[in-house]
Design a protein around this ligand. Structure first.
Ligand code: ATP
Ligand code: MG
Length: 341
């Protein structure tokens, strides 16, 4: 079996001017949640993702942040074609994959993988590491029997910083950080180009988060991977992201280069999220005006008209309550959806 492909590619070098690896346009996902009305004739939907557009360049990490329920996981799952798509298109490597099925979808599943949030829940405790990491190779017919995958699994374990003799152990023998490494090895088994990392460090001890983030970054550089990296919190994505998209109630409200988002946030929601991120400089931290987010996250079954953030926005005006603001350039390569900034 050929060894893992290694890449000399530098993410930064490839990013500008290149064709995006992934293009998402107008992505909309709704989940049916029952009926309303006297005759039960009005169907209700959770508007989980609504008209979301962005692209991710080869070798790039796009951070996706937002509060709970804002639609981050659903966006990732829709790209991986694991939830039904109500509207919009997804283009991967130049091909429209929005509705592919059969062999084409199976082929796509090799190329796009998912790293889960919870390395305790996502790894079957009754399976040995050999089976956990090697299973995708059997499912996709790369090897006929799991024992033929042994060398490859050992190679994958070394790649993620685990001892090769971990193959014969069970997940309970490992710490949270090590388990997440097993999850990452499993995601890498089929040599994907694109990985959705759905809060891969949120369930881990703060002291080991940086190690796992560094590992993901190191793998990106070595293997030329492209990531959608989901997190609640702007402090986690800063280190790893090249660009950051901020979601609120199913909408992307701002998207820009990483440093631009932190230094020049345009959307009041991004500003509020940022004011919760600690600044390492205590003098600066003391002088900063803290903006507390008031109010409830809107009901996703019946999102507010106009700007979805207007019910919590400190600067909202009449127009914001009726007209949805478009996601538009505020500065070069910096988009935000706000009438007032
Ligand atoms: N299978 C489903 N059926 C019905 N509603 C769903 C389903 N999956 C997600 N939702 C709803 O869609 C909305 C978006 O959920 P999603 O999990 O994408 O948010 P998230 O940003 O990933 O949140 P978290 O930070 O908690 O992981 C939420 O209101 C959620 O309850
Ligand atoms: Mg989620």
């Amino acid at each position: 079996m050929p060894s893992l492909k290694l890449s000399e590619r530098s993410p930064e070098r490839d990013r500008r001017g290149a064709e995006p690896l992934l293009i998402v346009r107008g992505l909309t996902v709704r989940f049916p949640v029952g009926r309303a009305g006297f005759w039960g004739n009005r169907r209700l939907f959770v508007h989980a993702v609504d008209d979301v557009s962005f692209e991710i360049f080869r070798g790039e990490t796009l951070g996706l942040v937002g509060e709970t329920g804002s639609g981050k996981t659903t966006t990732g799952r829709a790209i991986l074609r694991r939830v039904p798509i109500a509207a919009g298109t997804i283009t991967f490597k130049g091909n429209d994959i929005t509705h592919v099925d059969g062999d084409n979808l199976r082929h796509l599943r090799r190329d796009m993988q998912l790293v889960f949030q919870d390395p305790y829940a996502s790894l079957n405790p009754r399976m040995k590491v050999l089976d956990l990491v090697g299973e995708p190779l059997v499912v996709h017919g790369v090897v006929r029997r799991i024992r033929e995958a042994r060398d490859r699994v050992r190679e994958l374990l070394e790649l993620v910083g685990l001892p090769a003799d971990a193959v014969d152990r069970y997940p309970h023998a490992f710490s949270g950080g090590q388990r997440q490494r097993i999850g990452i090895a499993r995601a890498l088994a089929l040599e994907p180009d694109f990985i959705v990392c759905d809060e891969p460090v949120s369930a881990l001890d703060v002291s080991i988060r940086a190690q796992v983030v560094n590992l993901l970054q190191n793998l990106q550089d070595r293997l030329g991977l492209t990531y959608l990296f989901i997190a609640h919190d702007l402090s986690v994505v800063r280190h790893i992201s090249h660009r950051i998209a901020v979601m609120y109630a199913g909408k992307v409200v701002e998207i820009a280069d990483r440093d631009e988002i932190y230094e020049n946030p345009k959307h009041p929601y991004t500003q509020a999220l940022l004011s919760a991120v600690p600044i390492p400089d205590p003098a600066l931290q003391r002088t900063r005006r803290r903006q507390i987010l008031r109010g409830e996250i809107p009901n996703p079954v019946d999102p507010p008209p106009g700007c979805r953030f207007h019910t919590r926005c400190p600067i909202a005006e009449d127009r914001c309550r009726t007209d949805p603001p478009p996601l538009e350039p505020k500065r070069p390569e910096h988009l935000a959806a706000c009438w007032l900034t």
